[in-house]
Design a protein around this ligand. Sequence first.
Ligand code: BES
Ligand code: MN
Ligand code: ZN
Length: 509
Amino acid sequence: MSKTPTPTLATATDEPIKISFQKLGEKAEGVVVALAGPDLSFGAHAAEWIAPIQATLAKAAAADRFKAKAGGSLDLLAPALPGVDRLIVVGVGDGKEPVDWVKLGGQIRGAIPISAEEATVLLDVADGSLGADQAADIALGIRLRSYVFETYKTKKKDDATPAQLSKVTLALTDEGAAKKAWKLKVGLAEGVEEARTLVNEPPNILTPKEFARRAAELEKLGVEIEILGEKELKKAGFGALLAVGQGSEQESQVVVMRWNGAKSKDEQPVAFIGKGVVFDTGGISIKPGAGMEDMKGDMAGAACVVGLMHALASRKAKANVIGAIGCVENMPDGKSYRPGDILTGLSGQTIEVINTDAEGRLVLADVLWYVQDKYKPKFMIDLATLTGAILVALGTTHAGLFSNDDELSENIAKAGKATGETVWRMPLGAEYDKLIDSKFADMKQTGGRHGGSITAAQFLKRHVNGTPWAHLDIAGTGMSSPANEINKSWGSGWGVRLLDRLVRDAYEG
Ligand code: BES
Ligand code: MN
Ligand code: ZN
């Protein structure tokens, strides 16, 4: 037997960065960050603190053409301030555009050099716009930017490695309120980190059973967990989902997570459903080899649902929420399902298999049906790395949104704008639906190359019985993510912040 790394818990591998708060005016030494508005303006406290080096700072800013543009930074080594090794000035922009404080947090984190172990940030801007909520958002951005996935690097801790930033202190007038606001957001940070880690984990470690085990850790936060293994799934009739996992040595699993935060346990829940294909070879319709390793991220939808449940339970969201994930591995084997097979899914409808690489919709079809039938939710939103076609259409900046409900769509779009996890609505309609009519069964599983993301969504829609529903195709946003201000990781944890916001703004109370 070859040695395999020991699986770790579902949080970031290194200790998360420590964030603390102090009052403005308390001692700030070592590496200090200050925020600047136009013309190098500061809040009153910060301005007074900087006053002794104002002339030097102005000269440095001119030399570096620093204009306090949002996110831009100026680095002043060994300034003549007592105990200060480095003053980093980060721009907040000219106030014409609203500040994205989470993004700014990421930019602050990015401006702190790798040699620093600790830093203090003076949260004091000229127009006084920075309160407790903004401070908590900055803390969130700092923390998300700091996330690294290094579980399987065995050689990271040698002496040559630069120090890692382990602590950031945020200084502001009302540090007590900021502390409270951050306490309500830590769970959101953890939820995003958890989703990222699940996506980053290799497929030999994150099997469907291991996925279920990690989801079950939410029990510690008061989330009720139900796990259905193959025996239960067969008995219940998950014929489409089970077909996908049929060629794998790994047992398929469906996990239902339940958070009861509403006044009454009987209040109608909202529901989130995730595609959890832990590895997608394509099956018998096997994928080409190049880049196939990326298909370990084909469970980003399910990872988001787990991260979201973590976030909601941590802040004791006042809503009843169901999270359900279908975890399977899609492998070629003598026992695999094949093109031409006709499956009977949980809905009782029959499905003609065209391409075993269109597995995600089969998994989701059964889980969607199960959730709406059993829990009668107010709405359901599914997330899935469903189609390569959505990458062609929207690239990596918007997820595709498909829905049978305008109000739900609007609410998702709003939460998307608020969090920067943006969506773009795509069409559904009878003409597209026709494309998945089958000669041999109630429907075909695919509708050809053209409009591939849409026909995939039409297939899902045939497994929704009128419940308000939205489908987010996150193939472009959930994995293999380009680095940005708040994420340097391959798995982005996309959707956790969006859906936490959606629940908070539109469905809690
Ligand atoms: N998991 C893939 C979609 C995908 C592609 C996710 C690229 C992330 C990046 C999905 O299961 C798939 O293979 N879809 C096929 C569907 C086709 C066979 C109808 C596709 O998009 O090519
Ligand atoms: Mn596939
Ligand atoms: Zn897939």
